[in-house]
Design a protein around this ligand. Sequence first.
Ligand code: NAD
Ligand code: WQD
Length: 340
Amino acid sequence: MLVTGGAGFIGSVTTLALLEAGHDVIVADDLSNSSKHAIDRVESLARESGAAGDLEFHELDARDDAALHDLFASGHITSVIHFAGLKAVGESVDKPLDYYRVNLGSTVSLVTAMRDHGVRDLVFSSSATVYGPEAQSPLREDAALSTSSPYGRTKLFIEQMLRDVAAAEPGWNIALLRYFNPIGAHPSGLIGEDPRGIPNNLMPYIMQVAVGRRDELVVFGDDYDTADGTCVRDYIHVLDLADGHVAALHAIDRFHGCQAVNLGTGTGHSVLEVLAAATAAVGKPLPFRLGARRPGDIAVTVADPSRAAALLGWSATRTLNDMCTDAWRWQSTNPFGYGD
Ligand code: NAD
Ligand code: WQD
């Protein structure tokens, strides 16, 4: 099978899970936001665990039609997971064209190559960001969709594009997996999240405070209508998310066209709860201060995960403490990530 973006945070952990489940995996990644070391580590972890699948890596841009054609022409690809893309909400406001070019462009090229080579099974990385502020948590897949950033719009447009593709021709099985807040790392401490520059997301920021790369966490707003006043999110261990992809792939025949499925735990945690759990995992106080709200943040975003349980036979099992313990193992042993 083909995994685009398989060197990234979620892609690397998922590639390992696929190899362990016995799949042969071809990773296509241009390394624009990741490191080749991640692939090398996936390969050695797979070998150590006696994984049955084989890994092949291609450094390529997922918009390169000719390169995609050559990959599919090998005849070994029967299904695809498409992680490749740009993902920083704030950056997408400043550089919308980059987001439209990469996220939409890669999906058009990829799905065209799939169609041309008779491959019809696709798992796509969508996001809880497609649920509008008016939608009420716990969010079901049929909640109102709308989004406020160019990044979010690329996900909404791609979802619609894939629905159109599936409607135009029978035989497609497309899973739109809407991730909530993936955090944590592989329990080995060898593969994890390695953001470039200042982290946008809460857990990598906390972890960089913990290793001394940042002075303090700023908690964005403590006057929301929640129990402690800080925003509540549905954090999910990246290993649970990876298992969710394997489950989606194994259940792909049940999709009959194009369907959306939430990948979340169904449980919300506030920013201060995450900070407390991370502090316990790290074992020392982490400096923080309360600051202003971040524009665009919604008070509560939590999944209704029942569809994933029914359709995929999958549900998340790991706790917030597991997520913090594994994130800390990764960050403390790799304070500067993959180091390149
Ligand atoms: P990531 O940046 O770590 O991984 C994305 C990978 O895609 C990187 O390895 C990058 O080098 C590669 N890539 C980017 N443009 C490419 C191109 N044109 N051709 C080939 N490879 C390219 O991000 P991630 O957190 O692992 O996210 C994976 C997917 O999940 C993304 O589509 C993202 O939008 C989506 N998602 C992520 C989150 C999250 O919080 N991390 C939440 C919801 C959805
Ligand atoms: C979580 C909470 C912040 C940083 C984003 C994307 C979403 C999806 C997941 C891709 C919020 C607070 C954060 C900090 C803080 N990604 N926070 N101080 O915003 O729920 O979702 O990532 O699809 O599309 O929008 O995640 O980790 O940025 O924030 O207080 O320095 O932590 O205000 O309440 P978010 P996050």
